[in-house]
Design a protein around this ligand. Structure first.
Ligand SMILES: NC(=O)c1ccc[n+]([C@@H]2O[C@H](COP(=O)([O-])OP(=O)(O)OC[C@H]3O[C@@H](n4cnc5c(N)ncnc54)[C@H](O)[C@@H]3O)[C@@H](O)[C@H]2O)c1
Length: 330
């Protein structure tokens, strides 16, 4: 049985599907703070499988202990966390509490149980603004201005220390920019309020839910002046979690999950317009505080260790994101 925390969220729901496809039994923990119960129903429909679900908070150690008593858990994939960079500036304690205390609680409970592997959702934000691109896992961790980024750095440091004494192996997966949705259109990203990320903003604008798309910054030192990111299809990302369970990786390893290919905001907009046939209404506005001009990652270590690489391209990401958005309107 795999314990998947945050499994009703955007990435977690896709990880659940890939795990079930590979024959794993899954129990999801989620407090529904950023997801909906209907995702569980859609997951069951999509996989035609019973998925165990425990409603609760990873900060609640009694709850976590109960879950470990009720299920025979062999591996843990820990995704439950707060993830909005901007919000973390305004609610730093909440971010440290959920992201750092949540991790510590889970690790404490694991001390009394034998699991094989602990997979952690990290982020490329741990690199801060790197001097050289693409970033590799040996790129030093940089100054990351947001409390969110700091929580991910702290979590990795905690995991590094714990790995020296733990019986389980630990894998920190550093995601670049996950986008897209499952091709079925049954699961995808469900941002609450105004989206912080480009692709949901694009799809919501195209669906008429937002008046116009704001492109933050047109004067970066990139070829077209807009910021460059390493977008990765969420299904590719999810598959890497399954691979991470299958191979021996030593006490603790951090792996970049990206594509090595950076795309600018304008390139993403163009790809979306081509896929959807919709011309986007966008305006270039001031840079957003804390945004990096450019980042993309070298995923070759993940290939070497997991035999994993991203298979889906920007067109797939845009097609699936749009398909998901259109389905939401029905
Ligand atoms: N989406 C990205 O761009 C991105 C990039 C890098 C890393 N990550 C990390 O990946 C993980 C998953 O991100 P996501 O995009 O799927 O986010 P998400 O918000 O869609 O999913 C997180 C899930 O965790 C649940 N949750 C939050 N706090 C909880 C708590 N205290 N107890 C139990 N459940 C809780 C939420 O309800 C939600 O279902 C997070 O750790 C995030 O930091 C995400």
């Amino acid at each position: 049985m795999i314990l998947l925390t945050g499994g009703l969220g955007y990435i977690g729901s896709h990880v659940a599907v890939e795990l079930i496809k590979q024959g794993y039994d899954v129990v999801i923990i989620d407090d529904l703070s950023n997801s909906e119960y209907s995702v569980l129903e859609r997951l069951s429909e999509l996989t035609d499988t019973e998925i165990y679900f425990e409603l609760g908070d990873v900060r609640d150690i009694t709850f976590l202990t109960g879950v470990f008593q009720r299920y025979q858990i062999e591996n843990v994939i820990h995704l439950a966390a707060k993830k909005a960079v901007g919000e973390s500036v305004h609610k730093p304690l909440h971010y440290y509490d959920v992201n750092v205390s949540g991790l510590i609680n889970l690790l404490k409970v694991l001390e009394d149980h034998r699991v094989k592997k602990f997979v952690f959702s990290s982020s490329c934000t741990v690199y801060g603004q790197p001097d050289q691109l693409p970033v590799t896992e040996s790129t030093p961790l940089g100054d990351t201005p947001s409390p969110y980024g700091k929580t991910k750095q702290m979590c990795e440091q905690i995991l590094e220390s714990v790995a020296k004494v733990a019986k389980h192996q630990i894998v920190s997966l550093r995601y670049f920019n996950p986008v897209g949705a499952h091709h079925s259109g049954k699961i995808g990203e469900l941002p609450k309020g105004v989206p912080n990320n480009l692709v949901p903003f694009i799809t919501q604008t195209s669906a008429g839910l937002r008046d116009e798309l704001k492109v933050f910054g047109g004067d970066y030192s990139t070829p077209d002046g807009t910021a460059i990111r390493d977008y990765i299809h969420v299904v590719d990302l999810a598959r890497a979690h399954v691979k991470a369970l299958m191979v021996d990786l030593g006490a603790h390893i951090a792996l970049n999950l990206g594509t090595r290919q950076g795309y600018s905001v304008l390139e993403v907009i163009k790809a979306f317009e081509e896929v959807s046939g919709i011309e986007l209404n966008y305006t270039i506005v001031e840079r957003r505080a804390g945004d990096l001009p450019e980042i993309y990652g070298d995923p070759s270590l993940a290939y070497k260790k997991l035999q994993w690489k991203a298979e889906l391209g920007l067109t797939d990401m845009m097609r699936d994101a749009w398909n998901w958005q259109q389905g939401l309107a029905k």
